[in-house]
Design a protein around this ligand. Structure first.
Ligand code: OOB
Length: 552
């Protein structure tokens, strides 16, 4: 595949730009890429300690699987999927909550070399329809019901309008589809499986454009980020990691997450909810040592911990990231939860930064950490792409052994998202301290970070523009004490349209079938948008107008 960005290395089957040969050689020589695959990793752990508990799924009744059981389940399901025609390189949209089936399914797909496309449980028809059609998915895997929503109905709708989608597998009662438990589990001959430099899965980008972009991660690069994270976070066989955030998100998957725990021979405990009433008793009962939270959850846990009757003393550290964690909130976490805080500033595209255990306490509460790898290259540049003075703010560009060189099948986005020499433009505004720690100061990209959940304004704007009464719309972030940011839609109605209520706009967005976190929190009707010098809608002007409006 050739791209506008010039001489980028590509490998057939990857469908995206990859690392040039000299970089790949350097990362291998440095021992970062070790020729591992996710499937073989689990196999080796199962051989080394078959009877250790790999995972605990506490709801509705407590189930535990040893490493041997998880490995065998993955093998048998891989055979069943293969018998159903799912092959290496095929895409499979996986939308499962935090349950044992999630791990069983993704390891089965890793074994085959089929690529999970990681949907979030909150996604609805618009997102899922897009993932299935854009990736040419052959299968879609759902729970029967989750959080009051019937995923089987959604799956029927998607299947009817996506001709290439051959299978829907359901964890639980299948309705009109195939139960995951009915997929034949006859042992198959050895599967070819993927090579370490090949793709392991497609992760979703937070998104700044009308539709999310897909992030191609390879086995080698991803496992390096897991191993590096484990070293930094002290993950070992005694680690008991609680998966609180959706297991499909990069943070609870690999920073160091459930993969880190499995890599080290520890135990993964899947949390069915995020609230202290669900999580705290589990921490006590399962003797949880480590977990990862977004800042709004960290706030809630910090407030609840001093009041709880649960024993949280097993907790050694809590990782907080995904959105800016305020210094004031960060200072309160350790005393309240009685464990160490580690800040994480990461992205599904690659680069992950952590504060370290031996950082001084001020660094832990005032910075978002420093990169995992000595080979993570960091550039902080001004709008013209020139490096800023040391310590000054600028846009963060990065390149390294686990940061992608391009999105999957998206050559049209290459030049905007990556420099010609392969640096990913994160869109984050940061400064670097003398110790090399990064402080996130803001954002240059058009994205709203709703407590870690990323919303692309353009996507929401396009939906609202579909309303017959709407002439124009602009979606911006407003500051929020709890979430950090919330979404505000400024709407200009058509001259001939009857007045609308904000609730009607929100309902319209919801009815289009999108994740609930994309429904605007606030809607304001205006006659015109502030404009920039060249007549474009000024988002900055809208943001300051929002800040000045009392009733917000
Ligand atoms: C994580 O990954 P994504 O892909 O959902 O979002 C990445 C973006 C970053 O570019 C940045 O804008 C924001 O989320 N972000 C933070 C942050 N951590 C992420 N902004 C301020 N402070 C932080 N600590 O969110 C993600 C992936 C792996 C580990 C942790 C988070």
């Amino acid at each position: 595949m050739s791209t506008e960005a010039g001489a980028l290395a590509t490998t057939p089957g990857l469908d995206s730009p990859t690392w040039p040969a000299e970089f790949a050689a350097r990362y291998r020589a440095a021992g970062h890429w070790r020729g591992e695959t996710l499937g073989r990793m689990l196999r080796e752990r199962a051989a080394a300690h078959p009877d250790r508990t790999a995972l605990v799924d506490p709801a509705p009744e407590r189930r535990t699987w040893t490493y041997r059981e998880l490995d065998e389940r993955a093998d048998r399901l891989a055979a069943g999927f293969a018998a159903r025609g799912i092959a290496k390189g095929d895409r499979v949209v996986v939308q499962l909550p935090n349950t044992g089936e999630f791990l069983e399914v993704v390891f089965a797909l890793f074994r085959i070399g089929a690529l999970p496309v990681y949907a979030l449980p909150a996604h609805r028809a618009t997102e899922i329809g897009y993932f299935c059609s854009f990736t040419g998915a052959v299968a879609y895997i759902v729970p029967d019901r989750h959080a009051g929503f019937d995923h089987r109905t959604l799956a029927s709708h998607i299947k009817a309008r996506t001709p290439g989608l051959r299978h829907v597998f359901v964890a639980g009662d299948p309705g009109a589809h195939t139960a995951l438990s009915d997929v034949p589990r006859d042992p198959a001959g050895p599967l070819d499986g993927p090579e370490p430099h090949e793709l392991a899965f497609l992760q979703l980008s937070g998104g700044t454009t009308g539709v999310p972009k897909l992030i191609p991660r390879t086995h080698d690069d991803y496992l390096y980020s897991v191993r590096g994270s484990n070293e930094i976070c002290g993950v070992d066989a005694a680690t008991r990691y609680l998966v609180v955030l959706p297991a499909a998100h990069n943070f609870p998957m690999s920073s160091p997450g459930w993969l880190g725990a499995l890599y080290a021979g520890g135990t993964v405990v899947l949390c069915p909810g995020t609230d202290p009433a669900t999580a705290f008793p589990l921490i006590e009962r399962e003797r949880i040592t480590l977990t990862g939270l977004v800042p709004p959850l960290a706030l809630v846990w910090t407030q609840a911990a001093p009041e709880t009757a649960c024993d949280l003393s097993s907790l050694e550290a809590v990782l907080v990231g995904g959105a800016k964690y305020s210094e004031a909130a960060a200072r309160r976490l350790e005393p309240a939860l009685g464990c160490r805080l580690q800040q994480v500033f990461g992205m599904a595209e690659g680069l992950v930064n952590y504060t370290r255990f031996d950082d001084d306490p001020e660094t832990v509460v005032t910075t978002q950490g420093r990169p995992i790898s000595p080979d993570d290259e960091i550039r902080i540049v001004d709008d013209a792409g020139r490096e800023v003075a040391e310590g000054a703010f600028g846009q963060l560009l990065t390149r390294g052994p686990y940061t992608i060189r391009g999105y999957w099948r998206a050559p049209e986005h290459q030049a905007a998202a990556f420099t010609e020499d392969g640096f990913y433009r994160t869109g984050d505004i940061v400064r670097r301290t003398p110790t090399g720690h990064l402080v996130v100061e803001g954002r240059a990209k058009d994205q709203i970070n709703r407590g870690g959940e990323k919303v692309a304004p353009e996507e929401v704007e396009n939906i609202i523009l579909g309303h017959p009464s709407v002439h124009d719309v602009s979606v911006v972030a407003v500051d929020d004490d709890y979430l950090g940011e919330r979404t505000l839609a400024y709407v200009i109605l058509r001259a001939d349209a009857a007045p609308l209520k904000p609730a009607a706009v929100k309902r319209f967005v919801r009815e289009q079938g999108v994740a609930a976190y994309k429904v605007p929190d606030l809607v304001q009707f205006v006659d015109a948008f502030p404009q920039t010098g060249i007549g474009k809608v000024s988002k900055k002007g809208l943001r300051s107008a929002a800040a000045a409006t009392e009733q917000l």
